[in-house]
Each structure stands twice: as structure tokens, then as C-alpha cells.
Design a protein around this ligand. Structure first.
Ligand code: CAP
Ligand code: MG
Length: 413
């Protein structure tokens, strides 16, 4: 019996995948795990802490969540599709169901949403990436090699002109991508319009010199302003936008991606994700977040460095690659972005883990090069070329000075 006085259906086999949203939770509890599972199913669908006279069997049958599998500390809960808004594509309401009150249930010491699968009826309410990995490659004229990028450092403080100079030097060093850092939007020391115009001139200059590059301008702001800001930034010449999805919300990504006037890719940063993904026993794994960002239309998403960089790796990071690029959903593939503590000496390790369909980027690993930004960009480009050609970085460094200088400073992973 669950706390609501009803026993939720413990079915031996999963029910109709087309009629249910299927969630996998890792549960830590002192209760018998069946009771903990029922508490999740009840709280997130038709129940509460006590039995109620207004919940009849019909409602329970039609809308009650079902516990369909319990294996060790893993619990599968299936939510009927009718538990979800019928309006086209609403991630906020989905999250209130699958990742809502349950995290605060006193009967659970810990609960982590490890994965979620949506039926076609829900997936069809989302458009997915407008450009995706393939579209970005076409824009950059880079069909196969990993994209290689940088984050302008310091995070904050550079003037619009110095930002543009950094971007130009990065492109001259062979990088395909650059971006604002996650805390830079429209501060007095670098107004977004001045920065966007100056960076656009640098990118146009690189193109006139035969090199394609895009820089993502961070438009993270309040929900009622983000589309207007993005349209302005695009009109000032931006070739890519950036949104901090956890702080802005999935709806912000979706609003930009589905807006027909936005004609440039959206780079999705996940700052603050650590508050909910880092604890292996409580919160939400990156995998459900990755699936939701792709549904909402992110063209590129940070998924960490699969254990190779400064940010700790999640156990299922590799599943994030599939969630970015897999064909199991009706959307264009989303470019996985490997970033965070990256430097030339670990590029091979990342490529060995992620393959070539990835964007590898370094902030400190470019700006910290002894030869400056252009040399740092060259070293990263050389490291990616070496990995793509299957040549050991140290061997490649024998004939590529900038890479050698980077390996001398930071070594190999
Ligand atoms: C990387 C970065 C990114 C991280 C975020 C930073 O800089 O700009 O925000 O990639 O982590 O501020 O740390 P460095 P994640 O290259 O200098 O580390 O990609 O895991 O979301
Ligand atoms: Mg950053």
C-alpha cells in the first residue's frame, strides 16, 4: 500500500510504450523499496500523503502512475500520457510531473532521475534543432573533423574590441568556434551590441580570408526579453546564439529555436547543472536534461568531457552522446560539446571517447598558451588534426611548434 492508501499497479512487464512516459529513478530509502516507489508514483500523479475521498478508481486507473519494475535501487515509474499538458511542447509541466515534489519526499533519503523516455505523442510536440550538428558543419564547411573552439577568457572584463581581437586571433589560429562565457551577457564593460558588432566584423574578416567560424553571443536573460534580445543580436551580425538553459529555462531555448525569425544555431550552456546532476544519489542525471534540450531545439549542448577534463564525469556520460546524436527520436542530431578544463594534451583522449562528431573547446587551454591566443588556437587545431589523422600528439608536436609548446606546458593527459 502506498501512503495514499492505494496500491499502485506493480506490473511485471512494462506497459504500452506509446501511452506512457517511462522514468528510471535511483532510490535511497529506509522504507521497503516498494513503498518508496509507490510514494513517488502517488505524489507525482494522483496521490498525496493520505487517502482522499475524491480520488476514485477511474481517475486512479486513467491517470495514476504505475510502478512497473524494481531492480535493486532502481525503480521504473510510468506516467500515462494524459498526465501531461496537451498544449504543444511544454517542458515546464513535464518536469513538474517527472522531477517535481518527489525530491522533497521525507520518506526518501535520496532519489535521482536517471533517464526518461517519451512516447511519440509527446515527442511530436517538439521540433528539435533547427540546424543541429549537420547544419553547423555545413555553415563551417567542416564535414567530418571535430569542431574546435574556445571560450573567450577572462570570463568577464574584456572590452568589445579586445573580445573581437580574441575571436579574430582564435580564427586565425584555425578554430571553428568561439563563444561568450556563461556569465557574460550585457555588462557595462562590454555592452552586448558593441561586442556583437565588433565580433561580427572579426568573423567577416576571417571569412574574407577564407576561414569559416562562428561565435556564440550569450543572450541569457529573462523569459519575456530573450527573444527580442536574440533578434537584435542576430540583426547586429551574430552567427550563433548562446543560452544558459538551467538558469534561463528549457522554455527559453524552445522559444528561440522555434522562432522563425531566428536563423542562427543555438549553443546551449548548462551552468548550474552541477547543483542537480553532481550527486550520484539525488537530483537529475544529465541524460534527461540532454534529451529535453534536444527536444527544445538546442543545436549544440555541453555534455562534459566524458571524464577527461576538469569537471567530474557522470557514470552515464556516454549515454549523453547517444542522446545528442541518436536516431531514436525524430529530430536532427545535436552537436555534443566537450568543454571544461580542456587543453591540447587531452584532445586525443576526448576523441577516443567521443569520436569525431563533437565540438571540443578550450578556454584556459587556448588563452593560457605561452605564445598567446593565436598560438593556443593553433595548438588546439593541431591536436584535433593529429587525433583525426590517428597520429600521436607527441609525434605530431615534433613538426608543429605550437602544439609542442602546449604539451611542454600542460603535458599529455
Ligand atoms: C570552460 C568553461 C565552461 C565549462 C563549463 C568554464 O572553460 O568556459 O563554462 O566548459 O563546464 O567556464 O569552465 P575552461 P561544462 O576551458 O577554461 O575550463 O562544459 O561541463 O558545462
Ligand atoms: Mg564558462
Amino acid at each position: 500500500m502506498n501512503t495514499a492508501g492505494y496500491t499502485y499497479l506493480h506490473l511485471d512487464e512494462a506497459t504500452d510504450p506509446d501511452r506512457y512516459v517511462v522514468c528510471e529513478y535511483r532510490v535511497t530509502t529506509d522504507l521497503p523499496i516498494e513503498k518508496a516507489a509507490d510514494a513517488i508514483a502517488a505524489e507525482q500523479s494522483t496521490g498525496t500523503w493520505t487517502g482522499i475521498s475524491t480520488l476514485d478508481d477511474g481517475i486512479l486507473h486513467d491517470l495514476g502512475a504505475r510502478v512497473t519494475r524494481i531492480e535493486g535501487d532502481m525503480v521504473t515509474v510510468e506516467f500515462p500520457v494524459d498526465d501531461f499538458s496537451i498544449e504543444v511542447g511544454s517542458v515546464p509541466q513535464i518536469l513538474s510531473v517527472i522531477a517535481g515534489n518527489l525530491f522533497g519526499l521525507g520518506s526518501l533519503k535520496g532519489v535521482r532521475l536517471e533517464d526518461v523516455s517519451f512516447p511519440k505523442e509527446i515527442l511530436s510536440g517538439y521540433k528539435g534543432p533547427k540546424f543541429g550538428a549537420e547544419g553547423m558543419r555545413k555553415m563551417l564547411k567542416r564535414p567530418e573533423k571535430p569542431l574546435v573552439g574556445t571560450i573567450v577568457k577572462p570570463k568577464i572584463g574584456l572590452s568589445p574590441k579586445k573580445t573581437a581581437d580574441y575571436v579574430y586571433e582564435s580564427g586565425a589560429g584555425g578554430l571553428t568556434n568561439s563563444k561568450d562565457d556563461e556569465t557574460l551577457v550585457d555588462q557595462r564593460f562590454c555592452p552586448i551590441e558593441d561586442r556583437t558588432v565588433a565580433v561580427a566584423e572579426a568573423i567577416d574578416r576571417l571569412e574574407s580570408e577564407g576561414h569559416m567560424m562562428m561565435h556564440a553571443i550569450n543572450v541569457s536573460t529573462r523569459g519575456d526579453r530573450i527573444v527580442e534580445l536574440a533578434e537584435k543580436v542576430q540583426s547586429w551580425g551574430a552567427r550563433e546564439l548562446m543560452v544558459d538553459v538551467i538558469t534561463c529555462g528549457f522554455g527559453a531555448v524552445q522559444a528561440l529555436a522555434e522562432d522563425p525569425s531566428i536563423k542562427v544555431p543555438i549553443h546551449v550552456h548548462r551552468t548550474m547543472h552541477g547543483a542537480i546532476t553532481k550527486d550520484p544519489l539525488h537530483g537529475i542525471a544529465m541524460l534527461p536534461l540532454t534529451k529535453l534540450v534536444r527536444m527544445c531545439g538546442g543545436d549544440a549542448l555541453h555534455i562534459g568531457t566524458l571524464g577527461a577534463g576538469k569537471m567530474s564525469a557522470g557514470a552515464n556520460d556516454f549515454k549523453n552522446l547517444d542522446a545528442c546524436l541518436g536516431n531514436d527520436v525524430p529530430y536532427k542530431g545535436m552537436m555534443p560539446v566537450c568543454s571544461g578544463g580542456v587543453y591540447p594534451g587531452i584532445v586525443r583522449d576526448i576523441v577516443d571517447r567521443a569520436g569525431f562528431d563533437v565540438q571540443i573547446q578550450a578556454g584556459g587551454g587556448v588563452a593560457g598558451h605561452p605564445g598567446g591566443v593565436r598560438a593556443g588556437a593553433r595548438a588546439m587545431s593541431q591536436a584535433v588534426d593529429a587525433a583525426f589523422e590517428g597520429i600521436d600528439a607527441e609525434k605530431y608536436a615534433e613538426t608543429h611548434r605550437e602544439l609542442k609548446e602546449a604539451l611542454d606546458k600542460w603535458g599529455m593527459r
